[in-house]
Design a protein around this ligand. Structure first.
Ligand code: AHM
Ligand code: MG
Length: 331
């Protein structure tokens, strides 16, 4: 029997054929992201040899040290997307302001990304990743570029979201709202090959992933939640790389949290660049994502770099923290 395989392009094209009137623009857009992902994967893999590990000496809008590879990944994505003419707005975690996209005045899509999440792990060879979101334009094509009306959309309006993980292999995971699909990069032929066409977060592993070092500043509800997890025999697994921690939990089961605390009431992670796209994927895989009170996908963003607490993973675990937070703990 001949084994069937599908490249990313073949897979997206086949699905686009199921939508009468599809223009192929969406396929081109995902292909552009896939191409940038291959180039970033190459850069990440040869970083030590090419002397691109380390910090540039600059800080980004979040006042964090910028890694050289953050800049390289940011540039790869912009160079892949901006000239397509398909994108009317681009936002990046590494850019204070929206990226200039003159060619996209008639573009019908908005793309937001965290070019290299978890980049503090670059020089220790831990998994890191690119997170991306695609929204449909709300303003009239031709009316300009980078309108905040187009960029500040709630996650429930996502047209697609995904991530590319650079780990022991490079994988691209995405959803358009009908299942989560994963592809593994075959470096010999430079193609992403379909490895799972309907991922579900039902691995059943009893795992929690959180930076417990922050617990002296946590609310009582978060402290109580972790105590319950331990009492029930949960294991702790925390890389400190959202894409890496999320990917493991997606495949095996578990929950990732980055709560707000007394120093940072909204936590660390960014709604538009990290939380909403991961929430869309997790819900599509059968899990949940919450800020502790409400669904991440229902939060209406008010600023590009806005942060939010995040609880994401198996539905039971997320519901448990929501229940604890709604009780009379000190908030
Ligand atoms: P980054 O976007 O600057 O890489 O920061 C986000 C990362 C996430 O990948 C990870 O979940 C988190 O920061 C870890 O933070 P901490 O070191 O505070 O545990
Ligand atoms: Mg990040």
């Amino acid at each position: 029997m001949t084994a069937h395989y599908s490249t990313l392009t073949q897979f997206i094209r086949a699905r686009e054929r199921d939508h009468p009137g599809a223009t192929g623009d969406f396929t081109s857009l995902l292909n552009a992201i896939g191409l940038a992902g291959k180039r970033i994967s190459r850069d990440v893999n040869r970083a030590g040899i090419a002397d691109i590990i380390g910090v540039t000496g600059d800080t980004n809008v979040q006042q964090e040290k910028v890694q050289k590879l953050d800049i390289i990944a940011n540039t790869e994505l912009i160079q892949a997307l901006a000239p397509t003419g398909l994108v009317c707005a681009i936002g990046s975690e590494e850019e204070d302001e929206p990226v200039e996209v003159e060619q996209g005045v008639n573009g019908r899509y908005v793309v937001l990304f965290d070019p290299l999440d978890g980049s503090s792990n670059i020089d220790v060879c831990a998994p890191i990743g690119t997170i991306f979101s695609i929204y449909r334009r709300k303003t009239t094509p031709g009316s300009g570029t980078n309108s905040l009306e187009d960029m500040l959309q709630p996650g429930r309006d996502l047209a697609a979201a995904g991530y590319i993980i650079y780990g022991s292999s490079t994988m691209l995971i995405y959803t358009t709202g009908s299942g989560v699909h994963s592809f593994t990069l075959d470096p010999a032929i430079g193609e992403f090959i379909l490895t799972n066409s309907d991922l579900k977060c039902d691995g059943g592993a009893k795992v929690y992933s959180t930076n417990e070092g922050n617990s002296p500043r946590w609310d009582d509800a978060d402290i109580a939640w972790v105590a319950e997890m331990k009492a029930e025999g949960y294991s702790a697994r925390y890389i400190g790389s959202l894409v890496g921690d999320f990917h493991r939990n997606l495949l095996r089961g578990g929950i990732f949290t980055y709560p707000g605390d007394k120093k940072s009431p909204n936590g660390k992670l960014r709604l538009l660049y990290e939380c909403a796209p991961m929430a869309f994927i997790m819900e599509q895989a059968g899990g949940k994502a919450s800020d502790g009170t409400q669904r991440i996908l229902d939060i209406q963003p008010t600023a590009l770099h806005q942060r939010t607490p995040l609880y994401i993973g198996g539905a039971n675990e997320v519901e448990r923290i929501e229940r604890l937070r709604s009780m009379s703990f000190t908030q």
